[in-house]
Write a protein that binds this ligand. Sequence first.
Ligand SMILES: [Zn+2]
Length: 306
Amino acid sequence: MQSFIVMQGQTYQEEKELGMIWSREQDSGGSLPHSWLRVMEVNEGDRIFHYVKGDIVAISVATSDCQAARRPSSKPHDAEWEGNGYLVELDYHELEVPVNVRSKFDVILPLLPIKYSPFQADANGNQGYLYPCNEELSIKLLELISDSNIYQVDEEQLELAIGTVRQTERNTFIPMLAETETEVKTKIRLGKQKFRQGLLPLWAQKCALCDIELPELLRASYSKPWKDSTDFERVDPSNGVLLCCNHHALYENGLIAFDGQGRLHISSQIPEEDYEKYGIRPKMKIARNEKNKPFYKWHKRNVFKG
Ligand SMILES: [Zn+2]
């Protein structure tokens, strides 16, 4: 199962009524924007978060794979929607309480990928249509949705306040949310397990920097983080280094990095007099090969706080 975020604005109401999302095949200049083409990647069972003017307002489940289709429109002569495109049928679940992205942006921002992020650094939504939503961001959005739509709502009050239709919707909404969370967490757990299993033998079951070998203290560190990686890169042992807890935390937070030669670089945020305390020396060298080198370089360019 994959997750996506769709930026709908004015088209939300109509697309919800029609139970679908749709993108044109190409824009008027003949270009193929990535956020339109991405609709082709949606498969039955995938989950989609719906963003409208600052809020996540609904979550849906794809009930079909993507198919080529003209737009089924309640406005058939609307020139803006003429032409061929891609359509996915969806089962929409509208939130009783939308999640405002800006007000939760401090917990959302660290989970945004560098490439193809649905939101800008100032919390505004990007212009495109459909964006990928990595599993860590999905979990966070599901938590935020649960917090405001399940836990804070008093069940008895609800029965009085909302009619039969809403009550029935709620009976399918909560299981759908729980199932989504389980599926996403399972994908993360299995991916990280496989990654660690592949990584351990490559580093002789020891921290690459300090030789600590107690399994409880060893972490499989990603060079290119989960949120930025493809499914293949998430289980590719070349995309990682085996490190002890301390060195893992330094690497994950960009306070150390390795260059294409496998040489250690230390952030200027760490004072030189502390190097010994952290068990690091400039230019310490770890194993590198043609496969893990591009990942070291990606980390140094994008995560390292030089
Ligand atoms: Zn270590």
